[in-house]
Write a protein that binds this ligand. Sequence first.
Ligand code: ATP
Length: 452
Amino acid sequence: MPATTMDQLVSLCKRRGFIFQNADIYGGLQGVYDYGPLGVELKNNLKAAWWRSMVYERDDVEGLDSAILTNQKVLHYSGHEDTFSDPMVDCKKCKGRFRADHINGKCPNCGSTDLTEPRPFNLMFKTAIGPVDDGSSFGYLRPETAQAIFTQFKNVIDSTSRKLPFGIAQIGKSFRNEITPRNFIFRVREFEQAELEFFIEPGEDEKWHEIWKENRIQWWIDQGLKKEHMNIYTTPKEDLAHYAKACYDIEYQFPHGMEELEGIANRTDYDLGNHTKAQEEMNLTSHCHKNPDSTQKLCIMDDNNKWVVPFVIEPSMGIDRGVLAVMTEAYTEEDLGEGNSRIVLKLKKHLAPIKVAVIPLKKNNEQIMSKCHEIKKNLLKLGIGRVALENTGNIGKAYRRHDEIGTPLCITVDFETIEQQPESVTIRDRDTMEQHRVNIADLPNYLREYFL
Ligand code: ATP
């Protein structure tokens, strides 16, 4: 059974070093978290899995890594300055501030129903740029990674000669001044997104929207999420963002409820249309803002030698919500009988922060330790990820720790290893807890087959 309360995860994350409250020693900064020694590995592995599936395994996607600081004009013409807001209410009794659509007309702090009328609160972080802070020179921390994909559209096609359909993928930080950050890393003010903008011929958008929906569901299953813990929510027409023609949310059963993990939107030609110059020549289908500032036509030649502004399908997921989802799913409390139990994180092996732990049976034994170092060095050459060397001297404790952090395999070096030929070690499997002996000479092949 996966984690049922957020406390189980919060406690594991702190105890074992996955995720810490930011600025913990000063009481924290609300809605901001830091990834610890194991969290950084898990998060990097999830990002690598996304990048591999989006960029390396496809022939129709290029990558991008754009800046976080964003020219004000980008977020003006994208529509974010005017419309990227949530409805906010104040409680007149306790002065608390909340997102109106999260609280059902009642203050979650004091229970009062004496609330102000909802008013829009813009979620973007505005920041001064340059040495003169007189309000005239400012930019934003980007609230999504997507806009730079649109503004770099022409540079990417000019430098890669791409034809439709093709996509541009990006992973990076985004910032939103959420009115009420909550539920651990689910809703935070600084987070990471993995976004693909997939450009297609107008008219092919509905087909590609379905293809991407199926692709993304399968990807989440490959990351370990059970299909029965996911839900596909189709946004009703009347609730769609003004630029979207259709939108699916992949929702996951988080400990606090079934909530959005990834959105897959059909954004039509709205974004490129807003950022292009010469809009009147472009046959745009969307209602775009007039743009006298753009210096480029954001269109592409199609197979019939006609210039078109492509439609775009956007699968957009939160990496932090992804980390939370795979941890929720993997978290298992197992009853081992006779009053014993263990917590085991049954992460998919490609996501596990530590792939292999090399453990000496006896602490500080020179011969055993030198064999451990040698094994670790050789295993690293396989490129399977992090291999950790333990020197705790308490094998039971080491196994328990590695179960809790999801290490798929533990290799134990004992006296038999150094005293008998051929040299061999014990390999213990995280999920079955079974152990068997493998010759050291066979380890590279064994692990290559297991991990790659
Ligand atoms: P929500 O409705 O939950 O506020 P959203 O619909 O505004 O999310 P999008 O703008 O579609 O979210 O962003 C795409 C993805 O980015 C979301 O599916 C989510 O995984 C992630 N995301 C958005 N806001 C946050 C946040 N404040 N903290 C963590 N992840 C976020």
